[in-house]
Write a new protein. Structure first.
Length: 252
């Protein structure tokens, strides 16, 4: 039986942990060949060992354009092309507009927005060579709604949401589809660190659960299922979509 992503080549950033790891496992199980990109090589290698198909591991700092271009070039050199780009890497500094430092603001936009733009720009010529492609941006429900202590993070994810829409409009005629997944609070290393840094971590955890009508926080695997769909030909008429995946958070 043919799998959903059989023969597809996927470049996945932030692949070493959390949502990225879950997406890697799901993509591999559906027959895709993977380039796993992230800063921590040991994390990427651990994920690669869990995936079928001997993924390519690329240690790269997405804060630097040269590293982005190298990641794309190494992927094409190994596999001959790129069919799908998944922009999953991201960082979060809690704080209000008054509390966030200039350095934190710049780092947030460098990774959460600028790297998404630069990676997308770098793969577009490769998509044209093969007659199309797919970009999936992992944004956030906080790119749709605001929240306390998320001034820089929410602003950056809002930028990703509108960048997604603009790219979908600009490149739809080239058979290039661009969509965004907007998770709510998913249990990852990043969100665990946010909870641990709170004065009362258990109280924060209860509060986070309480705002999700489904009664639990998200799991990385919840995001991976939608990513597989958006990467596959089953979503061939889907572009410019902004998909909250939030346990009902935005319904409240």
């Amino acid at each position: 039986m043919r799998t959903a992503l059989e023969g597809k080549i996927i470049l996945l950033t932030g692949a070493g942990t959390g949502i990225g790891r879950a997406c890697a496992m799901a993509f591999a199980s559906e027959g895709a060949s993977l380039a796993l990109v992230g800063r921590r090589k040991e994390k990427l290698e651990a994920v690669a060992k869990e995936c079928a198909g001997s993924p390519l591991v690329i240690s790269a700092d997405l804060a630097h354009k040269a590293e982005i271009e190298r990641a794309v070039a190494e992927t094409v050199a190994r596999f001959g092309r790129i069919d799908i780009l998944v922009n999953n890497a991201g960082i979060l500094f809690p704080g209000t507009a008054e509390e966030i430092t200039e350095e934190q603001w710049d780092q947030t936009f460098q990774i959460n927005v600028k790297s998404v733009w630069q990676l997308s720009s770098a793969v577009l010529p490769h998509f044209r060579k093969i007659g199309g492609g797919v970009i999936i941006n992992v944004a956030s429900v906080l790119g749709i709604n605001g929240a306390r202590q998320r001034a820089s993070y929410a602003a950056s994810k809002g930028a990703v949401v509108l960048l997604t829409k603009c790219m979908a409009i600009d490149h739809g005629h080239e058979n290039i589809r661009v969509n965004a997944i907007c998770p709510s609070f998913v249990e990852t290393d990043l969100t665990a660190a946010v909870i641990r840094s709170a004065p009362d971590p258990e109280a924060v955890r209860r509060e986070r659960i309480a705002v999700h009508p489904i009664g639990r926080l998200g799991r990385p695997e919840d995001i991976a299922g939608l990513a597989v769909y958006l990467a596959s030909d089953a979503s061939s008429w889907v572009t410019g979509g902004i998909y909250p995946l939030d346990g009902g958070y935005l319904a409240v």
